[in-house]
Design a protein around this ligand. Structure first.
Ligand SMILES: [Zn+2]
Length: 235
């Protein structure tokens, strides 16, 4: 009898614990969404510069703290991570070259919390020996789209929740952040964001149709080759 009571009590306690955990999760999601909405309400126009001087910031990246220098590259990177961490629904990234582990981690983090992540990169990035970031994306279930095209996929932009745009000259690589003269512009001004949203969709659809054409071509080649084989056998 007492055994039955223990089982029932344990069951009730476990159910209660699961229910409390579920409520805590729902509350944190609601807060994230409301924080995201609040962020999108205030106007954001932020300009960041990187320069040869940024190389001096690289030693303090592990401290994850700014050094007080004007245009501290670590501070800029921290802001980028914060923006990526603020994504609640979608994250679209179109980047010629992407190897920065800090930003790759933030993108994987977004994917893991349920954000729809879509990435387009230039195919040369995947062929690069230093494409640890690409491998990391694949290992975590993110499949960047890439295709050998006649021209370079030279864009460098990201769109968060279709409401915040990050764009500029800089590829998301450590060498670009810590040693090049580069710029970044962040804004939630819809007049600037929407053309990039449309451009991303256009590129995404274009890569889909190229892939479909190529797989059709492969199928047709196989069919022709099979039918030719049949014909040869008949004659
Ligand atoms: Zn610094």
């Amino acid at each position: 009898m007492w055994m039955k009571a223990i089982v029932i009590t344990s069951g009730i306690l476990i159910s209660e614990a699961i229910w409390q955990m579920y409520n805590a999760y729902k509350r944190s999601r609601r807060k994230a969404v409301s924080d995201g909405k609040a962020r999108h309400k205030r106007k954001i126009f932020e300009v960041m510069f990187f320069s040869k001087e940024s190389a001096r910031c690289r030693p303090h990246i592990d401290l994850n703290a700014p050094c007080g220098r004007k245009d501290c590259a670590v501070e800029h990177l921290r802001k980028l991570v914060q923006y990526l961490d603020s994504a609640t629904e979608t994250l679209d990234v179109c980047m010629y070259f992407f190897t920065c582990p800090l930003l790759a981690t933030a993108i994987v983090r977004a994917h893991k919390r349920g954000v729809l992540v879509r990435m387009v990169v230039d195919e040369s990035m995947a062929r690069n020996g230093d494409s640890q970031a690409t491998k990391r994306f694949y290992h975590n279930g993110i499949k960047p789209k890439m295709k050998q095209l006649d021209t370079l996929m030279h864009h460098k932009f990201a769109i968060i929740d279709k409401a915040l745009l990050i764009t500029g000259s800089v590829n998301w690589t450590m060498s670009a952040f810590f040693g090049n003269f580069e710029s970044l512009f962040v804004t939630n001004e819809q007049a600037a964001v929407m053309p990039f949203v449309n451009e991303f969709e256009r590129i995404w659809t274009m890569l889909d149709s190229i892939n479909a054409e190529q797989s059709n071509a492969v199928t047709n080649t196989n069919i022709n080759s099979n039918s030719n084989t049949g014909k040869d056998t008949l004659t």
